[in-house]
Structure formats: C-alpha cells, structure tokens
Ligand binder design. Structure first.
Ligand code: CP
Length: 308
C-alpha cells in the first residue's frame, strides 16, 4: 500500500506516469468515468480549503466513486479530543482512500502509520502540499512542455508557503533548474531548504527583494499569498501582507512566454486586472488539480488504466 505524504514519495518516473495519465484524462474524460465504481474517498480536513477538498471530491465523483468526510476540525470528533491515529483507524473501515489536511506538520504522516488505506497529504502546516505540487507540475509541463532548464520565480511568503517548499523539492530533481526567490527578509525560504536542498544539490538560485528587477528573466512566476493564519503577530502580518502586488504595469516587464501561476486563494498579491492577461494561468492551474488528483487516486488504488 502506498501513501503520498511528501512529493519525494514519488520517483520522477512515477511523477511522469501520473502527469501522462492526467493528460490522457483531459483528452478522454469519458473513458475514466466508472473506474472507481464502488470505491469511496474520505476527505478529512482539519483546516479550511476550497480547491483541494472540492477538487479531490470532484476527482472521485468523475471516476465514478463516492465521497464522505468533514471540512473542519470543529465538525469532527477532533473537537472532543480524538487523536488523528484513532480517527484514521476508524475511517479505514469506512473508505478505500483518504485525503487529509491538518494544521500540524507531520499529522498526515502519523495517520499513514495507523492506516490500512492510502493516506494523501492534502497540506500539513507550513510543511508540504504534494498534490498542489502535482497540479503545478502538470500545469508547467502543459505550458512549457518540459521542466529542464526553466527559470522559476517564487514570490511572496516563502517561509510558511508549503506549496513553495513542495514544488522546490520536486523541481530540483530536473536538470538546470534555476530559482529566483523573491520575498521580504522576514519571509525567506527556511534555512533547511537553502542548505540541505539548494546548496547540497548545487542548484542555481538567488534571493531578491524586488519583483520588478527579475521579471524579465522568468519562464514561470509563482505568486503566493502572505498567510495570515501562519503569523503569531497580527502587526507583522499587516506590515508584510502587501509586500508584492503583481499588476498590469509590472506584467509589461515580463516576457510574452512567461506564465503566472498561483496556488490560490489570492488576496491582494495579484491585481484582478492581470486575470485578463493570456499569461495568467492560475485558474487553469486550479482546473488541472482535478485531473491530476484523478490520476493520483487511480495510481494509489492500483486501478487499471483504460485503453483509449
Ligand atoms: N491551493 C490550495 O491548497 O487551495 P485551498 O486552500 O483552497 O485548498
């Protein structure tokens, strides 16, 4: 039985297999409409979500399966003090696979140790968000056709942003990747990522504070929200929340073939006027999340891929 806790739980060959399958699902969705008949997905969300939970549910429904779950800790027995370990033991007898989001880093890993069904990490604290990474990789590959040699700028909250941490970890396995890390000094990437991943693997990167000065260099700009829920101090959040705002004027500095991604939700960091720019791909990215989660569910349940 396989779980997905970190993006590194999948080899690059397995990643390719999942992205290829997602591409085939996009081309022939009808061929996959009953592969999960009789199967159930449980969504255990101890933290708010729109895209991840609902795209998992849409994915299972599109595959002909059914869904059950809870969307907040308050509406589950976690509010009465039940542990993640006990919860997953019970859910293992109600569903065939589960997706778990939790504010505590490592909670989905703990669940996987007590589970008899595959556990998918749907975001744990500021740590990892592997299915967002699959979504991002599918989107980048569909836009750029490859990962090797791309320059990707990550902008915003790089300290707490789990989508950034997961995507960096996944991308360093490809050749000649170059990162430009754009953040205020207080929201730089964690030192473990700089020292144990980027420095260790001799990845080319630079850290800057101004988006304008690096925009012309980028193939992909990955914007992120400054996350109020990760701050201990409201004053710090207010001071940092509008550090970067991408607008139509700044987009003039970017290349015609540079694409803007964002895991969403956005607050102020991308002006709504940018949505009209054909290079803005964040809503397409959110849509891709359904297809890649369909492919992942099929992979973890070891389902036969229909011939089409
Ligand atoms: N990208 C993402 O994780 O969005 P949600 O928080 O809405 O699930």
């Amino acid at each position: 039985m396989r779980h997905l806790i970190s993006p590194l739980d999948l080899s690059t060959d397995e990643l390719k297999e999942i992205l290829d399958l997602a591409d085939r699902i996009i081309e022939h969705p009808e061929a996959y409409s009953s592969v999960c008949h009789g199967k159930k997905l449980a969504t255990l969300f101890y933290e708010p979500s729109t895209r991840t939970r609902l795209s998992f549910e849409a994915a299972m429904i599109n595959l002909g399966g059914q869904v059950l779950g809870f969307s907040s800790a308050d509406s589950s027995s976690a509010a009465k003090g039940e542990s993640v370990a006990d919860t997953i033991r019970v859910i293992s007898s109600y569903a065939d696979i589960c997706a778990m989001r939790h504010p505590k880093e490592g909670a989905p890993y703990v669940a996987s140790q007590f589970s008899s069904i595959p556990v998918i990490n749907a975001g744990d604290g500021g740590h990892n968000h592997p299915t967002q990474t699959l979504t991002d990789l599918l989107t980048i590959r569909r836009l750029k056709k490859h990962f090797d040699g791309i320059t990707i700028g990550f902008c915003g909250d790089l300290k707490f942003g789990r989508t950034v941490h997961s995507l960096i970890n996944a991308l360093v396995r490809y050749d000649n990747i170059r990162f430009i890390l754009i953040s205020p000094a207080e929201l730089k990437i964690p030192s473990y990522l700089r020292e144990e991943v980027l420095d260790e693997k001799k990845i080319e990167y630079k850290e800057v504070h101004k988006l304008e000065e690096v925009l012309p260099e980028l193939d992909i700009l990955y914007m992120t929200r400054v996350q109020r829920e990760r701050f201990f101090n409201e004053e710090d959040y207010i001071r940092l929340r509008d550090s970067f705002i991408l607008d139509a004027k700044k987009m003039e500095l970017a290349r015609e073939d540079m694409f803007v991604l964002h895991p969403l939700p956005r607050v102020n960091e991308i002006a709504t006027e940018v949505d009209q720019d054909p290079r803005a791909k964040y809503f397409e990215q959110a849509k891709n999340g359904v297809y890649v989660r369909m492919a992942l569910i099929m992979k973890l349940l070891n389902l036969e891929v229909p011939v089409c």
